[in-house]
Design a protein. Structure first.
Length: 384
């Protein structure tokens, strides 16, 4: 299929609503703004396809697929297309740890070494510091050569943890002294879940979260699995002109507990609503998850910019927390080869937005425009 034909077919798929009843549930100008944002991104060749869904008060009020789930077969995205969701995985890993805390098997302030013999027994890093990114572990995907030589290698959890621990030095800074986002933290946290529960992480999540919540299309991904409605991931071929390449194949054991999940937008809405309405965690656990991180001295967490400037950070356990600007939001985004995703819950309005595209991240993707459209509806302003 020529790229021109793909764009023509994609344009024809820009209004795949899950149900006609959804059409009146968001303001028409909000729906048009979302359609325009997704349409422009696809028609200009910045995204192959994507899905957007919105839930208000526990009811799905908008759910549409756009563009192509597979460019070679001409398969359109549907509202229940399955996408890899990258770092959205982290909130599920954090919830798994909190469930083990509720079971009385661990504590957030336990040293990691208490549960992982591989860890230096003198290392003071706590489980809480892993989950709120104040542990200081060097980010393993950023290590020299990892993306070029290591991402495709299948590994056991133990082998991946050993790779994380092989960094020299292991810590970017003293644990608890500042904040820095690191997927290494969540690889180690996932290993803790497995060590304490005695189950593979995917099995634990299925038994304690996915199954009970009816998230039938959500799992730790395995490229070998036959997954109905699975989207193919793409990279932009060139910056200066439209076109795509298949995203490179990677082993999903590499992102593991930091980014290996697949899901659909309806499943992610179901998860977010259950989490914020007390159906996943006890109130104290949810409070821990959504409270901004503090450092070992009790001060608010901050990130250090290259010029030495301190930037306040609003991040709990696997979730970005409200920052006091605009509507109160709780959420995360995710990026992995061939896919970009985001889930945001507006707490005061009981409204959740989920977006995913089967294209690697770029500043031309429509996420900001979709957020602006939804927030305009919340604030009762005209959609941009």
């Amino acid at each position: 299929m020529a790229f021109r034909d793909i764009l023509t077919a994609a344009a024809a798929c820009l209004s795949l609503a899950a149900s006609p009843a959804f059409a009146q549930s968001l303001r028409p100008d909000t729906e048009r703004a979302i359609d325009r944002a997704m349409g422009a991104s696809i028609e200009s060749g910045w995204a192959a396809g994507g899905a957007v869904a919105v839930m208000r008060g526990g009811e799905v009020v908008f759910s549409r697929g756009y563009g192509m789930a597979n460019l070679e077969t001409g398969t359109p995205v549907s509202p229940d297309t399955v996408f890899r969701i990258g770092s959205l995985t982290k909130q599920f890993t954090a919830a798994a740890i909190l469930l083990l805390c509720e079971d009385g098997l661990i504590s957030l302030d336990d040293p990691v070494a208490r549960h992982l013999p591989r860890f230096d027994q003198q290392d003071p890093t706590t489980i809480r510091q892993l989950l709120n990114h104040t542990a200081g572990l060097v980010d393993y995907p950023g290590r020299a050569g990892f993306r070029e030589r290591e991402m495709w290698l299948p590994r056991t959890t133990g082998q991946l943890v050993d790779y994380v621990l092989s960094a020299t030095p292991l810590h970017e800074f003293e644990p608890g002294s500042r904040w820095s986002y690191s997927s290494s933290n969540y690889v180690v946290a996932g290993a803790v879940v497995e060590a304490v529960s005695g189950q593979p992480l995917g099995a634990f999540l299925e038994a304690r979260i996915f199954g009970p919540l009816g998230m039938a299309n959500t799992a730790l991904d395995d490229p070998r699995a036959v997954v109905p409605r699975r989207a193919t991931g793409y990279d932009r071929a060139r910056v200066e002109e439209p076109g795509f390449l298949n995203a490179r194949a990677i082993s999903m054991s590499a992102p593991f507990a930091a980014g290996a999940m697949r899901s659909t937008m309806p499943d992610l809405l179901r998860w977010s609503h259950a989490l914020t309405h007390g159906r996943v965690l006890e109130p104290e656990s949810y409070r821990e998850m959504t409270t901004p991180a503090r450092l070992s001295d009790g001060s608010p967490a901050y990130a250090l910019a290259p010029d030495g400037t301190r930037h306040p950070i609003n991040y709990g356990l696997g979730l970005a927390t409200p920052d006091g600007r605009g509507p109160a939001r709780l959420g995360h985004d995710g990026a992995i080869d061939g896919f970009t995703a985001m889930v945001t819950t507006y707490l005061d309005q009981d409204l959740t937005l989920a977006v995913a595209v089967n294209t690697s991240p770029s500043d031309r993707l429509p996420f900001d425009a979709i957020v602006q459209a939804v927030e305009a509806e919340i604030l009762e302003r005209p959609a941009p």
